[in-house]
Design a protein around this ligand. Structure first.
Ligand SMILES: Nc1nc(=O)c(N)c(NC[C@H](O)[C@H](O)[C@H](O)COP(=O)(O)O)[nH]1
Ligand SMILES: [Zn+2]
Length: 196
């Protein structure tokens, strides 16, 4: 196929399915890779790390775990991941994630957009582009700001369509009424009740 986005989104969904269901967050999966310039099919992609929500101890997000896993392999703490991410000429760092990176977290922990933006510290190239499968539903923080914040930081992003229902169903598996949330997020009205 012309682009690898669908394949990576399906891999991210499989990662998200490993996340323990909770009513207090979404189950999300993320992949960090290095892509060769002018390689639209991703044939030369190098997977650097993966992560899923609560993979690591504490109240952790998928993108956070993705960075933390990479940092651990290079013996630095997650907040210094920028210093160990590869910066090779002719290649760019790309992140695939099932849900729009968070711009705000009810827990007050650092949002993932900040963690993504921080990879550019010290004039490093950092993360070039983020592909995600759905915008964050309004469940916890209302209108999501993630995309706007990525744009403001000069980081490209793109919505990969076609997996919304699947991603949202996985994401809300631990919620009281995930099905209603999924329908709402997909812009579907309440379930038609039989009136006959
Ligand atoms: N992109 C993304 N990846 C994740 O792994 C995850 N769990 C969320 N979820 C976003 C949601 O807004 C927050 O989960 C709530 O705002 C609660 O905040 P905490 O997670 O407790 O910090 N979003
Ligand atoms: Zn997050």
């Amino acid at each position: 196929n012309p682009t690898p986005h669908a394949t990576y989104m399906q891999k991210c969904i499989s990662l998200a399915e490993q996340s323990p269901p909770r009513p207090t967050n979404f189950r999300v999966g993320a992949i960090l890779l290095s892509r060769k310039d002018d390689d639209p099919t991703g044939s030369q992609d190098q997977i650097l790390s993966t992560g899923y929500t609560m993979e690591l101890a504490g109240n952790t997000h998928a993108e956070q775990c993705c960075f933390a896993n990479f940092a651990a392999v290079h013996n630095v703490p997650e907040d210094q991941v920028a210093s160990v991410l590869p910066a090779e000429p002719g290649r760019k760092l790309i992140m695939y994630v099932t849900m729009e990176p968070c711009g705000k977290r009810l827990s007050g922990n650092a949002p993932c957009v900040q963690r993504i933006t921080r990879t550019r510290e010290g004039g490093r190239a950092g993360i070039h582009k983020v592909f995600f499968g759905v915008k964050e539903p309004g469940t916890f923080v209302g209108e999501s700001e993630g995309c706007k914040m990525l744009t403001a930081a000069g980081i490209e992003w793109e919505h990969v369509g076609g997996f919304e229902r699947e991603i949202l169903t996985v994401a809300t598996a631990g919620h009281e009424d995930g099905e209603a949330e999924v329908r709402a997020a997909l812009g579907e009205g309440q379930k038609e009740t039989n009136v006959d």
